[in-house]
Design a protein around this ligand. Structure first.
Ligand code: AMP
Ligand code: MG
Length: 323
């Protein structure tokens, strides 16, 4: 059920979490499905309701840097505090060697834990009311686009789950995920905070995970993700896109940063933006459209997080059209 984010409802949701339940919560990136890190039953429920593979670890959401440090091996408190004091609360998840106390249900058996302090006031109010961190992956069925409204969560996970309604997510793509060592940093997933920004903060270069080994460090990057049912096709010029549009007779969607006035009436043209991408992918499915064509010109191709999600939605290998 969708709940207004009143103090009473936040208290009720904290009770649900304490009793081993799960709750949908808004964050500035996407909606999460939260369980108390102290409830094994709740953590297990996350995997069940999402249909998530059990080898994919969960990001823990905290309300303070101290809470995050309590989950991380002592030797890494310094590096975590240094970066967290710049970017938290905000869309940056940090992967570090975990403290021994962290449940293997959260880490999926890895020796690391991912921690983040969300910017959204309702998420932090819920964590504060509960009195301990929550594990909260995105609140979609596994493989579907992440939810950016409370209604998306209902559509994916059903009406029985309580969801605090925080309105549409302002960022709309998942957090940047970085793996931190004492003097090293690897971007495991691009997001709103760029590698360049992090490199400037740390005062040393950052790596980007591309190799098989690095991707194994973050199992979630391995699965087909962010994918609607209808095919997503990326076009690198307006000319390519228009030629492809003319080959469809059934209704399709076009996502473009700027209006394309010459499109036929069977085409739904929507703005291409990070904050609305997932809502548009979901709308195309609801309308049972034949395809989503995306105009990814040179300027769009420089938007790392957006391109990462679009490539995954398109499926690897065949997502660029060559006409
Ligand atoms: P989600 O919260 O569903 O958007 O996904 C969380 C992402 O963080 C996934 O890609 C996970 O594989 C990744 N992640 C979570 N915990 C860890 C960890 N301990 N080490 C590496 N990656 C992690
Ligand atoms: Mg996810």
């Amino acid at each position: 059920m969708i709940l207004a984010p009143t103090i009473d409802n936040i208290r009720t949701c904290a009770l649900v979490l304490r009793a081993g339940g799960v709750v949908g919560m808004p964050t500035e990136t996407v909606y999460g499905i939260a369980a108390s890190i102290q409830s094994d039953v709740g953590l297990q429920r996350i995997f069940e309701v999402k249909g998530r593979p059990s080898d994919n670890p969960l990001i823990v959401h905290v309300a303070s840097i101290e809470q995050a440090c309590s989950l991380v091996a002592v030797d890494y408190h310094g590096v975590l505090s240094a970066i967290a004091s710049v970017y938290w609360p905000g869309p940056l998840a940090c992967v570090l060697p975990s403290a021994d106390t962290v449940s293997p249900r959260i880490t999926a058996g890895l020796r690391t834990v991912a921690v983040r302090m969300p910017q959204h006031g309702i998420a932090r109010a819920l964590i504060q009311e509960l009195g301990c961190p929550v594990a909260a992956p995105s609140a979609n069925r596994s493989g579907r686009p992440s939810p950016t409204t409370a209604q998306h969560v209902v559509n994916d996970l059903g009406p029985d789950i309580d969801i605090l309604d925080g309105g549409p997510c302002t960022i709309g793509l998942e957090s940047t995920v970085v793996q931190l060592g004492v003097n090293t940093c690897t971007i495991l997933r691009p997001g709103a905070i760029s590698g360049k920004q992090i490199s400037q903060t740390l005062g040393h270069p950052v790596d980007v995970a591309t190799s098989h080994d690095d991707l194994r460090a973050s199992p979630g990057t391995r699965y087909r993700h962010y994918a609607p049912t209808c095919p997503v096709i990326l076009c690198d010029t307006e000319d390519h896109l228009l030629r492809l549009v003319s080959t469809y007779h059934d209704p399709i969607m076009v996502l473009s940063e700027y209006p394309l006035p010459t499109l036929p009436r069977t085409v739904i043209c929507s703005p291409l933006a990070e904050s609305t991408l997932y809502a548009e992918l979901r709308r195309a499915d609801e309308l049972q459209l034949a395809a989503i064509l995306v105009l990814c010109d040179a300027a769009v191709q420089r938007r790392e997080a957006l391109m990462n999600r679009l490539s995954k939605a398109a499926g690897s290998g065949s997502h660029w059209v060559a006409l």
